[in-house]
Write a protein that binds this ligand. Structure first.
Ligand SMILES: *Cc1c(COP(=O)(O)O)cnc(C)c1O
Length: 223
């Protein structure tokens, strides 16, 4: 079996090196969290990471996560589960109970439904806006030109506080300009978290200010 814990430690070490190389005199060390993207993998592959103490995971399908995670969350306290795939409005109820961070808020209707759930339940969840930095027609996410207005809409009209931005750069592009754009949009809106970088480009994302990287295949092997 793939040694997922060893892979996670390798990635942690690489991130530490990138951060140390960037660090300036007197500056506080930045924090980057690794989201282990466990989509398509069964609980027996995920569990060694939980036993080793890792708590941050990502899934892209609500249905799949709802089969795997309730039991794991019951056994291992303080798991932080991130939804990193699309959220359909008929899945909001199911998703809301399961996930702690919603990274793919990308339209008014979904933001509205999530805001209602927050009011109804009083549960503390975190919300990120997905930005379609490459403006790809087939890809989810708010267009970069609409991001500022959408964040204002969420906070002013819905009282839904947005604490992060996430992006998935186009597959055939250099990722760096997309990461830089996301960082710039976060600065403009005074947003704390940046979820960017995957198995192939997480160290570039860290250089450009990621606070969360989403790593799947480098940890779990090929899907
Ligand atoms: C699958 C997935 C990842 C992880 O991709 P890897 O290349 O396997 O690291 C990251 N982000 C999102 C949104 C994904 O769907």
């Amino acid at each position: 079996m793939v040694d997922v814990v060893a892979h996670l430690h390798e990635i942690e070490a690489i991130i530490r090196r990138v951060l140390n190389a960037q660090r300036r005199e007197g500056e506080e060390q930045k924090r980057v969290d690794i989201i282990c993207v466990s989509k398509t993998f069964e609980t027996d592959v995920i569990e060694p990471l939980l036993i080793a103490g890792h708590r941050i995971f990502g899934e892209n399908r609500v249905q799949e996560a709802s089969v795997k995670w309730p039991q794991l969350k019951a056994i291992y306290p303080r798991v932080e589960l991130h939804l990193i795939g699309p959220l359909q409005s008929n899945k909001v109820d199911l998703a809301f109970d399961l996930f702690d961070v919603f990274q793919t808020v990308d339209r008014e209707k979904i933001a509205q439904k999530l805001a209602i759930k927050v009011k109804e339940t009083g549960q503390k969840k975190k919300f990120f806006v997905q930005v379609n930095t490459g403006e790809e027609p087939q890809k989810a996410g708010i267009s970069p030109t609409d991001v500022n207005d959408f964040i204002k809409f969420c906070s002013h009209e819905l009282d839904l506080s947005i604490t992060g931005l996430m992006c998935i750069p186009p597959a055939d592009h250099q990722a760096a300009p997309h990461f830089a754009m996301l960082a710039s949009l976060a600065r403009q809106n005074d947003i704390q978290h940046l979820s960017m970088g995957m198995s192939e480009d997480y160290s570039i994302a860290v250089q450009l200010g990621a606070s969360y990287v989403r790593v799947g295949s480098r940890i779990f092997g090929r899907r």
